[in-house]
Design a protein around this ligand. Structure first.
Ligand code: AMP
Length: 199
């Protein structure tokens, strides 16, 4: 008798602040997202740190029974910010290897409130999608209207002809973790794995 290999759980990559931000709503959202991922039996993929919202999402996912995969570059690990309690922690050589591995291991991408690291990761994975390197869904998860000024600027960019409506349509937005997870799961890619080595 042959047994088919166990299917990997649906994996959600979360980009978010290595700080907590100034409003309790941000931490509450991080905990709600991690709890929702864990309760679904899904897997979190993230930057591997234990600081700020990053650590909060990871802890909440683990507490709710989910798996957590962290990918961290050696340079950040030696600053002793790596999370020690994860299901898998990959220490890689460079930031580029880290972002490639995070993308390879993920079926969908979410950006929560965060700073320049979060912005860079969101825009990179969005650009990769636009250029056809992958077909995985991505979304912005909002709390306290944090992303509203960015969304207004992005609409301005569309109005000024630098972005297309098709690009905007790739970015799902929600203020509720459960509904964003539902949307991203419904929009999951049915095509073969992307080739992030071509990037
Ligand atoms: P930021 O939004 O500037 O706080 O940066 C957070 C994002 O950048 C996360 O999604 C991580 O992937 C990465 N990052 C920044 N700082 C760290 C850190 N101390 N440990 C691990 N990843 C980090």
């Amino acid at each position: 008798m042959t047994t088919s290999p166990a299917r990997a759980p649906f994996s959600v990559c979360v980009y978010c602040g290595s700080r907590l931000g100034k409003q309790p709503a941000y931490l509450a959202l991080a905990e709600a997202l991690g709890t929702a991922i864990g309760r679904r039996g899904w897997q979190l993929v993230y930057g591997g740190g234990r600081a700020g919202l990053m650590g909060a999402v990871a802890d909440a996912t683990l507490a709710a029974g989910g798996r957590v995969v962290g990918v961290i570059p050696e340079s950040l690990m030696t600053l002793e910010v790596g999370h020690a309690g994860l299901s898998e922690l990959h220490v890689v050589g460079t930031m580029h290897q880290r972002k490639q591995m995070m993308a390879e291991r993920s079926d969908a991408f979410i950006a929560m409130p965060g700073g320049i690291g979060t912005f860079e990761e969101l825009f990179e994975v969005w650009t990769w999608r636009h250029l056809g390197y992958h077909e995985r869904p991505l979304g912005l998860l909002d709390a306290a209207g944090y992303w509203a000024p960015l969304l207004a600027f992005l609409r301005h960019s569309v109005a000024q002809g630098f972005m297309g409506d098709d690009q905007m349509a790739m970015l799902h937005t929600a203020a509720d973790a459960e509904s964003l997870l539902n949307t991203l799961f419904a929009a999951r890619s049915s095509t073969a794995a992307a080739d992030f080595n071509k990037i």
